[in-house]
Design a protein around this ligand. Structure first.
Ligand code: UDP
Length: 486
């Protein structure tokens, strides 16, 4: 008999509440916001299943306290995990080399993953918890088709900024001209409603001719062809941050901001890390307030050997303590003996509990590749940024962080050690740094207000939960002016 794709045993088979099923693309930058959305929905009384591929499920379980099949109480509701095979893991032999081949993965997910996912959805009804809503996320446009075939309402969680959503929307619908590539002078800047003028290097690089990830670009854009199949489109952003972009895009494509989907530095919560975080909190506890440079390029970016060396010596020469995430797959790029040489003043870890790190009082600034999760996490924590974007939407996020939100400085690529140390000084010392800090704190407060009870994010999530309940129960709920159920 074939192994069952569900991991572990169910501890409950009946659904006490309406059931929302969220499915995430198997990448850390997708899993985190989808899981955080899942928890916010569960906290408001839904039964929520978080799903992704089986190989990712196994890695999440190995690195966190997560156990599939367990019904975890979250606020007024429950969260459970159930994973599906993408066909590569049927014999339990996941070949890691295939994970890096994004084109092959996207194709496999679309052909095999979609069939297994449809089986998973059907199984929910058979097991007594019929799905009231399927929520997919970018890179998997087929989720909406599966939901449609099964006659289940669906939603999309957009996990990048509203600005980036808007850029892709306008590109897909050819409303304005876009430059062909870097260096071409066909279009000098792109002017879109609600956004500042964007130069070619502020655009998501997937839209340029030189982009090597053609399949990824076409999958991202293909979402705009079927997004109207979704009953709801949500975005991991908040009104107070992207007000103008939201207002402009909402006239063309209704999108509901429910972010920022960020943990607020609490340890021990249900997490979806695919690598085990190293313990660096005790070390941080021993550091002075606002003294440590935190550096990470997220879960995918790989820097070249020279860049790694310049960043290493830049951190060393910055004169500050530092915490640097160098993933296991990049460790060989470190200058020989570096981690040992800097021991005491610097800590190099393979993976950190980033949300807790950013919320720690010892952090002075964050050197980041500007993935959207890292961007929202630093804004929510009120930490100044040194933006070092590489590709995709990171370039647009960096533009907004530095020129629009004005919460830090841009580090030119390829990084050079002297320049690196200068940028650290710029955002941590002196008058400009104080101004940056003031803006960081204002955005931190705005983010906290958005997710607090009755804030913009909370209200939008509550409205969705109520809509689901109405559809399932046909009952109309009453709320007070702050959106709290009476
Ligand atoms: N992250 C983490 N520990 C690390 C590095 C990253 O927990 O050492 C998390 C980070 O908090 C964020 C996610 O991994 O939620 C990375 O997502 P992001 O969109 O910033 O970048 P991506 O990895 O998708 O490029």
């Amino acid at each position: 008999m074939k192994p069952h794709t569900t991991m572990g045993k169910e501890t409950a088979t009946t659904a006490p509440h309406p059931h929302a099923l969220l499915v995430s693309f198997p990448g850390q930058g997708h899993i985190n916001p989808v899981l955080r959305f899942a928890k916010r929905l569960a906290s408001k009384g839904l039964l929520v299943t978080f799903s992704s591929t089986l190989d990712i499920g196994q890695r999440i379980c190995a690195s966190t306290e997560t156990t599939p099949g367990t019904l975890n109480p979250v606020g007024e509701g429950h969260l459970r995990f159930e994973f599906f095979s993408n066909g590569w893991d049927a014999d339990g032999d996941d070949d890691p080399s295939r994970r890096g081949d994004i084109d092959a993965l996207l194709a496999q997910l679309s052909t095999v993953g979609s069939v297994r996912f449809a089986e998973l959805v059907r199984r929910q009804a058979e097991e007594g918890r019929p799905v009231a809503c399927v929520i997919g996320n970018p890179f998997m446009p087929w989720v909406l088709d599966v939901a449609g075939e099964l006659n289940i309402p669906s939603a999309v969680l957009w996990v990048q900024s509203l600005a980036v959503f808007s850029i892709y929307y306008h590109y897909f619908h050819s409303t304005v001209d876009f430059p062909a590539d870097y260096g071409s002078d066909d279009v000098v800047s792109v002017d879109l409603p609600g956004l500042p003028a964007l130069a070619v290097d502020d655009l998501p690089s997937f839209l340029l001719e030189s982009n090597p990830y053609k399949t990824l670009a076409s999958v991202i854009l293909s979402q705009f062809a079927n997004i109207n199949k979704a009953t709801w489109v949500f975005a991991n952003s908040f009104e107070e941050l992207e007000h103008d972009a939201l207002e402009a895009i909402s006239k063309l494509s209704p999108v509901v901001p429910i972010g920022p989907l960020v943990e607020t530095g609490v340890s021990g919560v249900i997490k979806g890390d695919i690598w085990k975080a190293e313990d660096c909190m005790e070390w941080l506890d021993r550091q002075q307030p606002r003294s440590v440079v935190y550096a990470s390029v997220g879960s995918v970016v790989v820097l070249g050997r020279d860049e790694m060396a310049e960043m290493a010596y830049g951190l060393r020469d910055s004169g500050r303590a530092f915490l640097w995430v160098v993933r296991e797959d990049c460790r060989h790029q470190l200058p020989e003996g570096f981690a040992e040489d800097v021991k005491g003043r610097g800590m190099v870890v393979a993976w950190s509990p980033q949300d807790e790190v950013l919320a720690h009082r010892a952090i002075a600034c964050f050197v980041t590749h500007c993935g959207w999760n890292s961007t929202l996490e630093l804004l929510t924590a009120g930490v100044p940024v040194i933006a070092y974007p590489q590709w995709g939407d990171q370039l647009t996020d960096a533009k907004f962080l530095v020129d629009v939100y004005k919460v830090g400085a841009r580090l030119k690529a390829p990084v050079e050690r002297g320049e690196f140390a200068k940028r650290v000084g710029e955002v941590t010392e002196g008058e400009k740094a104080e101004e940056v800090r003031g803006r960081c704190l204002a955005l931190k407060e705005a983010a906290a207000r958005a997710v607090a009870e009755g804030g913009s994010s909370d209200r939008n999530i509550q409205a969705f939960v109520d809509d689901i309940r109405r559809r399932v129960c046909g009952s109309k709920l009453e709320h007070d002016q702050h959106g709290k159920r009476l």
